[in-house]
Design a protein around this ligand. Structure first.
Ligand SMILES: [Zn+2]
Length: 224
């Protein structure tokens, strides 16, 4: 029965390890979160700069259209004064275009820097990902080993249980199910080996004889 208990304790430990594996994998995967956030931010930045330059292109196009319109109107103007006024208008719009184009050059440099930042973030994430995947691979392999060990332990346990008297086994199993730790403990110096409470001499005697079921009245464990 002590051997059976060893198997049960091992089964409990292995089951716990299997049950904890997803949480451990999650915790490792969470190491990537910072990198993911940084990459998303770099991509957002790039998108913002790209839409800025697109807007500038539209503005330039709009200004050129305005100039074409002014030129068309200019032909129909009658006085020199009106003609000159229109020239001033055109010159103003041309200045706007030059300013926009200057800013677009700056924007292109900003976009190049933003593209570089995205690439760097991607590389950083990939590097971290491969190390995380390696760790997760180790956990998965361990999980398969644990599962195999567990199957084996359960089989051995079933075989052992067949050789144990039903009443004793059921009593033991009830305690084990509740406590999830040692259900069967030795008498040590006349006391319970688990809670260390002093036992009445007749219980010590009974436990030594190994005839019936002797239970510690303080912690409820079976004594031997
Ligand atoms: Zn006890």
């Amino acid at each position: 029965m002590l051997v059976l208990q060893d198997h049960d304790l091992r089964i409990i430990r292995l089951e716990k390890e299997l049950a904890d594996a997803p949480k451990r994998k999650q915790a490792i995967d969470a190491l990537l979160d910072d990198h993911r956030v940084a990459l998303a931010k770099a991509k957002d930045d790039l998108k913002t700069h790209q839409s800025e330059i697109k807007q500038a292109e539209l503005d330039v196009e709009g200004s050129r259209e305005k100039i074409r319109k002014y030129r068309g109107q200019q032909i129909q103007l009658k006085s020199n004064q009106e003609f000159r006024a229109m020239e001033t208008e055109v010159a103003g719009v041309e200045k706007t275009i030059r300013q926009l184009e200057d800013r677009m050059i700056e924007m292109m440099e900003t976009i190049e820097a933003a593209q570089k930042a995205v690439k760097e973030r991607e590389t950083a994430l990939k590097t971290e990902e491969s190390s995380v995947n390696r760790e997760i691979g180790v956990i998965d392999q361990r999980g398969r080993d644990v599962q195999a060990e567990l199957d084996q332990a359960r089989q051995a346990r079933t075989a052992l249980a067949l050789g144990i008297e039903t009443a004793r086994l059921q009593h033991y199993e009830r305690i084990m199910k509740n406590k999830r730790e040692k259900a069967l403990v030795p008498v040590e110096h006349g006391a319970c080996g688990s809670c260390h409470m002093k036992l009445p001499p007749y219980q010590v005697h009974e436990a030594r004889k190994q005839t019936g079921i002797v239970v510690c009245e303080y912690c409820g464990r079976m004594l031997y």
